[in-house]
Design a protein around this ligand. Structure first.
Ligand code: FAD
Length: 429
């Protein structure tokens, strides 16, 4: 039986968190550490291990490590050691070390989304208590007056009203289709389609390259693939669980249906001759049982997140293209900033929400915009353009190592995980 950590609240701020995803649960754990009470209201009736893989970069791992979660995340996932970029002919363009292997104080961890969610939920239940995680509570809106804030709910399955809840502030951590955001910005409309459609899946497979490589190959025309392992040694043959995402330029995406099952025949043709000496891509794709399809979307950065006692966090505040492994990471950074702002001004929650917004809005807007124009895979686009999508004799004739490093390092600075910002292994406290 786990020992339930008891923390004496040092403030009277009582936080209502809408959404028990990566952002909402990390916020709850970070508030709890600061002695700030909270409750999480999640629409899903149960927390199921759904979805595929996710990368936690060193800036996100720094926060999760400070919550004592590094060992359990690293044990369930794979500590990623390198990024490798190839063209669609399987020729190596660029290789760089990542996380601990690159000298960071914190690892990069590639993990199944369900495993990450499980670690967060288990820790929540141990430290904060199951009675503070309400499942099947679908939020329908938030209200506030000068002294408090509250939210209304219906039961997810039956749509029957549940008792309204009151606290001091309400934080919408309810993802890209946020009800709270829609209430604050009623005219905003649907997410913006990028022109790229994605198919993704997970496949048991023998380790490829280093066994801890994050691989990107090709470009959006005819196709790009991202592959990385998210579980190690899943069977007696020592196979891993590989996560893959295929991204293809698809103008006029008509079937606006989230997470619908995908068809192999819709994209395999674009990659039928990708037989590399390090991987047979069509064979990997054919070996996948369940394929999901998902349009690459984001939203324009908002002018503000905080309205008095109500604010936004994570994808509800700043949904971004998944081209830099940063959506969840930025949600985790938001959680730290919000907890620190509330701890600094417990008597002034409205001021704290404004301070949180000041610290995080412009920083995350830069990541949203850079994911559109110059994320790490811009390396692949640059080589695609310079070679006219043809094989090269030597990559040095196409692009210099300095240019490749500049693209990669430029993104790290924007997203806040360059080594200057985070420090190296020697500086870890
Ligand atoms: C293909 C793909 C790959 C990605 N890869 C990465 C990666 O490698 N690294 C990375 O950092 N990020 C990645 N991301 C982004 C990342 O998944 C998101 O940024 C992250 O999940 C955001 O967390 P969140 O808690 O804000 O939202 P979510 O994880 O969406 O959680 C929102 C929660 O709110 C609940 N909810 C919704 N509405 C309501 C309501 N009305 N009432 C109550 N509850 C509600 C939902 O059920 C859900 O549990 C990727 C995204 C995609 C699509």
């Amino acid at each position: 039986m786990p020992v339930r950590e008891t923390v004496e609240p040092e403030t009277t701020v009582d936080v209502i968190i809408i959404g028990g995803g990566i952002g909402g649960l990390t916020l709850a754990l970070t508030l709890h550490r600061a002695g700030i009470p909270c409750r999480v209201y999640e629409a899903a009736p149960e927390i199921k291990p759904i979805g595929v893989g996710i990368n936690l970069l060193p800036h996100a791992m720094r926060e999760l490590a400070s919550l004592g979660l590094e060992a359990s995340l690293a044990a369930r996932g794979v500590v990623t050691s390198e990024a490798v970029f190839f063209n669609r002919f399987g020729q190596l363009i660029y290789r760089e070390l990542l996380g601990l292997a690159a000298g960071y104080a914190w690892p990069q961890v590639s993990i199944h989304r369900g495993d990450l969610q499980a670690v967060l939920v288990e820790t929540f239940r141990e430290r904060i208590g199951s009675d503070r995680l309400m499942l099947g509570w679908l939020c329908t809106g938030a209200v506030q007056d000068e002294r408090s804030a509250g939210a209304s709910f219906v039961e997810t399955g039956t749509r029957q009203s549940l008792p309204p809840q009151r606290g001091d502030i309400v934080i919408g951590c309810d993802g890209i289709h946020s009800t709270i955001r829609r209430q604050l910005f009623p005219g905003e409309g649907e997410p913006i389609y990028s022109g790229v459609n994605m198919w993704r899946g997970v496949t048991p497979w023998p380790p490829i390259l280093s066994g801890s490589s994050m691989i990107r190959a090709g470009w959006f025309t005819p196709a790009k693939i991202v592959i990385y392992p998210i579980r190690d040694r899943i069977d007696a043959q020592g196979r891993q669980l590989l996560n893959w995402v295929v991204e293809i330029e698809t103008p006029n995406y008509a079937n606006w249906n989230w997470n619908r099952p995908g068809q192999l025949s819709d994209f395999l043709g674009a990659m039928s001759d990708w037989h590399f000496d390090w991987l047979d891509v069509p064979q990997l794709l054919r070996s996948t049982e369940v394929i999901l399809e998902y349009p690459m979307v984001d939203k324009d950065p908002l002018p503000r997140w905080s309205f008095g006692r109500i604010s936004l966090l994570g994808d509800a505040a700043h949904p971004m293209y998944p081209r830099g492994s940063n959506g969840a990471g930025q949600a985790i950074l938001d959680a730290r900033a919000l907890a620190e702002a509330l701890a600094a001004s417990p008597a002034d929650p409205v001021g704290a929400l404004a301070a949180y917004e000041n610290r995080r809005l412009a920083a995350t807007a830069r990541v949203v915009r850079t994911n559109r124009t110059a994320p790490p895979d811009a390396i692949l686009g640059e080589v695609f353009r310079r070679t006219g999508d043809q094989p090269f004799r030597s990559i040095d004739e196409v692009i210099s190592r300095e240019e490749l490093v500049a693209i990669s390092e430029g993104y790290k600075r924007i997203a806040g995980y360059d080594q200057d910002a985070l420090g190296s292994a020697e500086t870890r406290r």
